[in-house]
Design a protein around this ligand. Structure first.
Ligand SMILES: [Zn+2]
Length: 344
């Protein structure tokens, strides 16, 4: 059984291609973080190698070893592949050595025990140009027993020549009802927590499951929201103090900025009277206060600034500078004692 949820169109297509023996040699799975790209890639690896009639059965030894990451014919490649453990923390790209040693050389040999050798390249956008060009050699003349699966959140960062050699699938956000059902089944969480997490997930099932398994998640998100909602009333010095105490981990900052974007999106929805579709359903009063303070163009401009900041984070721009610019770009409103707001 396929473990992938909410991507029936892709699963149906792949099942049919395997049945008819018309698989592509390379697949590109595109979608936001935690939407289910890796689950789908592992499903496909199982479906290709499972020995049961209704592949992927999920029960046979092959299926189980693939899920555990212990099958010799299913190889995961990421930015840490082939690196010494001491180098891993600062590794920013998938090296040519990883592609040459593991994909190019490995694919020239027949499968050890399965039917196909499957290479799953996670965060494929992190391949260096040299690594991409090396991969192209395998993509151009793929051995018949090899299937490559590239996963990416940033398709635009891949070489067009790589994209054009892959069968491309875009994973859609998983429907809310499916996420709610899975959360209820797996974790037995309180109904209001299930509702909040599924709303906050934005259709990314993996994210919802990870957050449900981490009790500190909702608390730290609440703290982040508390800090952010008051920033709008703060002056430049106070904002500067705030950004100085933020962590220097780019990934954490990117997550904080994504939270701010989701907040601003909700404020817009409130302004458009679409309260029922907001994500931050536990903070409606704060969202309404923001909606009362800000105009639609002000919110949209700030969202543009946030998107630019996230893009700059990816390009290794100076972290402190990015945050300083954001604090300058963020609209400022003065809160009065009678709780009416006016622009300053
Ligand atoms: Zn099986």
């Amino acid at each position: 059984m396929w473990q992938t949820a909410g991507q029936e169109h892709i699963v149906g297509f792949l099942t049919e291609s395997i049945l008819r023996n018309r698989m592509a040699h390379a697949y590109l799975l595109v979608g936001p973080p935690h939407v289910g790209k890796m689950t789908l890639a592992i499903d496909l690896a199982r479906a290709l190698n499972c020995t049961a009639e209704n592949a992927p059965c999920g029960i046979c030894r092959t299926c189980q070893r693939i899920v555990q990451g212990k099958h010799p014919d299913v190889v995961m490649i990421d930015k840490n592949t082939g690196r010494d453990p001491s180098e891993r923390k600062k590794a920013a790209e998938i090296s040519i050595d990883a592609i040459r040693e593991f994909v190019q050389k490995g694919s020239s040999l027949p499968p050890y025990e399965g039917k196909y050798k499957v290479y799953i390249i996670e965060d494929a956008e992190l391949m260096s140009v040299e690594a991409s060009n090396c991969l192209l050699k395998t993509l151009e003349e793929p051995p018949p027993h090899v299937v490559l699966i590239l996963l990416t959140t940033e398709e635009g960062a891949l070489l067009p020549t790589v994209i054009s050699r892959c069968q491309r699938f875009e994973l859609k956000p998983v429907p809310l009802a499916v996420i709610e059902k899975r959360l209820t089944e797996i974790h037995g969480l309180a109904p209001e927590r299930v509702k909040l997490l599924s709303k906050l997930s934005g259709g990314c099932l993996g994210w919802a499951l990870l957050s449900a398994g981490d009790v500190s998640f909702l608390k730290s998100r609440e703290d982040r929201v508390d800090e952010f909602v008051t920033l709008i009333n703060k002056n430049w010095d106070e904002r500067l103090l705030y950004i100085q105490q933020l962590p220097s981990d780019r990934q954490v900052i990117a997550e904080i900025l994504e939270l701010w974007i989701s907040w601003c999106r909700d404020v817009l929805l409130i302004k458009y009277n679409c309260d029922e579709v907001v994500a931050n359903i536990d903070r409606i009063a704060d969202l309404k206060a923001w909606a009362g303070m800000l105009t639609v163009p002000e919110i949209k401009d700030f969202v543009d600034c946030l998107n630019t900041a996230i893009a700059n984070l990816l390009y290794n721009a100076n972290l402190h500078l990015i945050l300083e610019v954001l604090m300058l770009d963020m609209p400022r409103k003065e809160k009065r004692a009678d709780s009416l707001y006016f622009a300053v």
